[in-house]
Design a protein around this ligand. Sequence first.
Ligand SMILES: Cc1cc2nc3c(=O)[nH]c(=O)nc-3n(C[C@H](O)[C@H](O)[C@H](O)COP(=O)(O)OP(=O)(O)OC[C@H]3O[C@@H](n4cnc5c(N)ncnc54)[C@H](O)[C@@H]3O)c2cc1C
Length: 584
Amino acid sequence: MNAEPGAIVASWLAGFERAVASPAGSVPGLFRADSHWRDVLALTWSIQTVSGAEKIGDALSRHLAHAKPSGFTIDSQRTPPRHVTRAGTKAIEAIFRFQTAQGCGSGVVRLFPEANGDAPRAWTLLTALDQLSGFEDATGKARPRGEAYSRDFRGPNWLDLRNSSAQYTDRDPSVLVVGGGQAGLSIGARLTQLGVDTLIVDREPRVGDNWRKRYHALTLHNQVHVNHLPYMPFPPNWPVYIPKDKVANWFEAYVEAMELNYWTATEFRGATYDEKERRWTVPLERADGTKRTLHPRHIVLATGVSGIPNLPEIPTLRDFRGKVLHSSQYTDGESWKGVNAIVIGTGNSGHDIAQDLYSSGANVTLVQRSPTLIVNLEPSAQLPYALYDEGPPLEDCDLITLSVPLSLAWKSHQIFTERAKQLDQPLLDKLERIGFRLDFGKEGTGWQFKYLTRGGGYYFNVGCSDLIVEGKIGLAQYSDIEAFVAGGARLRSGKTIPAELVVLATGYKGQEVLVRKLFGEAVAERVGPIWGFGESQELRNMFVRTGQPGLWFIAGSFAQSRIYSKYLALQIKATEAGVLPTRN
Ligand SMILES: Cc1cc2nc3c(=O)[nH]c(=O)nc-3n(C[C@H](O)[C@H](O)[C@H](O)COP(=O)(O)OP(=O)(O)OC[C@H]3O[C@@H](n4cnc5c(N)ncnc54)[C@H](O)[C@@H]3O)c2cc1C
């Protein structure tokens, strides 16, 4: 490992090239026993992780004949090979490029020193498809020339073409994207860029309303450098934490600049799939009352991780005479000034709503149902994104992020969680002293895995925990509530917490419930569980072909949406081009 990292990586890549070119057998020798190979479309047309040298050898050998990978070389245009520490382990990390029968790809390899002085073997390998041959990204020198509207002085100009394109009066979109949040915009932009005719529909009256309608003081939780949308990064003078209305207005500008076809105030209520025609029938009603039935070949559900509100069965809530709202119905604290309020649920929504009510002059008690992970927004919640502030360009950071297999991510988040615990210790001690029950996620993996498995169960502290510690917001345990009564919640101690408002910040049902509602039982059965991890090392049914032809899912953070929209778009383009069958 004393040699120059570039030379070590070049030597490994040359060995890998020879191994994949010859009949199987020599591949396992290049990998450590505890190694992982993650392929994102390049060889397998799926997103999958294989662990262990022998299994990697087997899996690779199954795909070599049709994928024909070759030309593995360090990518001199990107971040050069370097020593890094990932998941607490020192390794050499390098970005490389290669070709396959379908297109060109990028990858990341991490090499690990051998104790006996042998040549370093691979600890992790990522192979990801970048561009599909014949359908390369029309950017930079390949940008469109605009001749269609700039040479014929009497013909339709750019605006005429844009307006008529978005109307779909005489054609159907190939893809209907349901939901125009960050996930919908990301996949809409990627598909449009690949020349796939795409329409986004959203039930909200204005692009960006998914952010605009959130609480008054909201700024994004993650720092600006990790939150960019594809193709169009936020301007360099933007604040580190972007306010919600600024994001909302950026979404509007993005739709305009990326020439996305987007129908606002259009609710998607369901669709049926015609197996013979291989297309959907989608009845839609637009804001102006016009009814349209569209026949897209693909539907991408980008309706958010949070689907249908989860309303817990609390029989005595019927006796309560005040107002009961689910967190999704809560808009602003202004109208609750001077009111006694109970907020049930201690995830992000519960805390944020409690703080919003308190700041509006309400008298609030937060009710805890189960132990919750608390992490200060800064610096603790930002620890996992340090890479994005270290210097490599965004594209390289995204590829490096993509290259982290599940088990490394697990280990990394255990380390981040432990570090956050130390940094936040004073606050956590005070919370425990007043009876707040803390939790640090499964095996101490923290908030990220709570998000990836259940979509909640944590709070990024932007001040509410401090208000609780100071006694400005009350705290009660759900198990201490005996019953709801006309004027509030009666505790087992005999005391009553007075309330005129109860907010149920009790989360959302899984996306499979939404699929059942929108597409029916048969489609829900075919698709199965969505989000979270099952047997495999990848999120279930996200960003890949599902059991239902023509139905795809995208959701998640800005970073996830930006990264995975690229690969989801490539798959849809490949099915449209006849390169990839619509079925798994
Ligand atoms: C305070 C706060 C700060 C946050 N900060 C960050 C951050 O910094 N970075 C980050 O990555 N994430 C952040 N998040 C998380 C972020 O809100 C979610 O990850 C994000 O909204 C998910 O995006 P999405 O596009 O998947 O879904 P959403 O933003 O929920 O968008 C879904 C869209 O689908 C539409 N829709 C739903 N059903 C239908 C239907 N049937 N018909 C038509 N339209 C429909 C909705 O109207 C909505 O516009 C933050 C969240 C909060 C609360």
